[in-house]
Design a protein around this ligand. Structure first.
Ligand code: HEC
Ligand code: HEC
Length: 411
């Protein structure tokens, strides 16, 4: 039995007589994976999208539109359901998979609506139409995650661990009201790693996150996630049956070489561009306490991210309700402010995409960032504009990729 990747490689190898080559990282990123001949390996059995590209459009992030009736249409937004301790739903696991291969029922679909709250801000409400299983579990909490643009990922990877640790001040010893915490990731039997990717700094290396994405979002296996049933739980019988024999000999969909190629492609999306200098208000309003203009790089020199890569308590309005790793519901990693690809009209900000623009994103800041938000609000209009247009320039600083690359589809 061949898996999806092996099937493609076989085709390409046969074709290599005619000059075809093994897939590049970019081709793998754009590839629409399929379930091969059976659902026992390859894509699924349950999954969210069949390609990285579907959520990270050309390496960018989720695309979210609010229709006039308040319905939210979008690609690249995931729903997590967890308890306060971070464990997933006993039936559906931590992530709602809305698609499945033939013969298996998907878990359900999240319908999102935009709800106007005070001061002109909008938040998203999710209700799930379950397509299989017992439906909503009591006391489970739901939280949305928008796919981030991947432009800053390569630069985040370059920051030295020591620089992240040095910035932390979990007891707020300097008394500035800001107490960033390193997200230490504990894996049994391994040295703890420093989380730096994702909205809650839940991955330490690009390779780890690529393997997570393959498995959680697409049901594709690798040495980090070898279980062929993907994220289906022991209670999901049709999903387990479709994943067939769980033989450890089953070929992995992605070997380490392919994970590396894909990770290299992701890292290549982040190119350092010439950045403008910050206006004084950026420091005066306290933005730079968390959105640090520069951090030391592993290889020497520095990286400009406008982040400290630490977890901060952002207050109750930005809670995820459930925990994730050691991150508390109200804790989020300071989002790098560089590399917001393309037009801002196409994207929305914050972990679930609720903010339509930079002003709204700042207004949602609470908790440790409350004083900074208030300082921003107190600025004269002209200074506010200077500050937000500076942040917009930072976010638009990455080159737009060429969109002409042709990718062989696995059909
Ligand atoms: C169904 C949508 C979806 C698909 C498909 C998907 N991602 Fe993501 N991706 C996300 C979301 C949502 C996050 C944020 C997750 C979080 O914060 O917990 C994310 C985060 C990431 C990050 C972390 C970026 C950073 O700098 O913090 C990387 C890297 C990434 N994805 C790469 C990939 C790759 C490579 C693939 C294909 C193998 C992929 N993703 C497929 C939705 C998706
Ligand atoms: C206490 C630390 C802290 C301070 C101070 C702070 N921020 Fe943030 N910022 C964060 C965190 C954490 C997030 C991610 C929150 C989320 O997604 O829920 C964030 C998100 C953002 C975003 C959205 C980025 C995106 O791509 O989604 C913008 C824009 C932003 N901050 C700008 C500012 C500005 C401007 C200031 C100063 C007025 C500021 N921040 C002060 C920690 C901080």
């Amino acid at each position: 039995m061949k898996n999806a990747v092996a099937a493609i490689v076989a085709v390409l190898t046969l074709g290599s007589v005619a000059g075809a080559q093994e897939m590049t990282g970019e081709q793998m990123f754009r590839q629409n994976w399929t379930s091969a001949e059976t659902a026992s390996d390859g894509l699924g059995p349950i999954y969210n999208e069949a390609s990285c590209h579907a959520c990270h459009w050309f390496g960018g992030g989720a695309r979210i539109r609010i229709r006039p009736d308040g319905e939210v249409a979008g690609a690249g937004v995931l729903l997590r359901h967890t308890f306060i301790d971070g464990t997933g739903d006993p039936h559906y696991g931590v992530q709602l998979q809305n698609k499945a291969v033939a013969g298996v029922r998907p878990e359900g679909v999240a319908d999102l609506t935009a709800l106007q709250v005070g001061s002109g801000l909008t938040r998203f409400l999710a209700s799930v139409r379950f397509a299989s299983g017992p439906g909503r579990t009591a006391d489970i909490t739901m939280s949305l995650r928008a796919a981030p643009a991947l432009d800053s990922t390569g630069l985040v990877a370059q920051v030295s661990d020591t620089a992240i640790i040095r910035g932390a001040d979990s007891q707020d010893k300097n008394g500035d009201g800001i107490s960033g915490r390193v997200h230490l990731l504990q894996v049994p039997g391994e040295k703890p790693k420093i989380g730096r990717f994702n909205w809650k700094a839940t991955s330490a290396r690009v390779e780890d996150q690529v393997a997570n994405a393959l498995w959680f979002d697409m049901g594709l296996t690798s040495s980090r996630h070898p279980a062929p049933q993907g994220e289906c739980t022991l209670r999901q019988h049709d999903c387990l049956a479709a994943s067939g024999s769980q033989s450890p000999d089953l070929a992995l969909d992605f070997d380490n070489g392919r994970i590396e190629l894909l990770a290299d492609h992701v890292r290549s999306l982040g190119l350092q561009a010439k950045l403008p200098d910050a206006p004084r208000s950026f420091t005066d309003a306290g933005c730079s306490s968390c959105h640090k203009p520069v951090m030391a790089a592993k290889a020497g020199g520095s990286v400009s991210l406008y982040s400290d890569l630490l977890l901060h308590d952002m207050g109750d309005d930005l809670t995820s309700y459930g925990g994730e790793g050691a991150a508390l519901p109200t804790e989020w990693r300071t989002t790098p402010l560089i590399g917001f690809r393309g037009s801002i009209a196409d994207h929305r900000l914050l972990h679930d995409g609720r903010a339509a623009n930079i002003d709204e994103a700042i207004l949602w800041h609470g908790g440790e960032a409350q004083a900074s938000r208030d300082a921003y609000l107190a600025l004269p209009v002209s200074e506010k504009l200077k500050l937000t247009s500076f942040v917009l320039t930072l976010m638009s600083s990455m080159p737009v990729p060429t969109r002409t690359t042709t990718v062989q589809e696995n059909r």
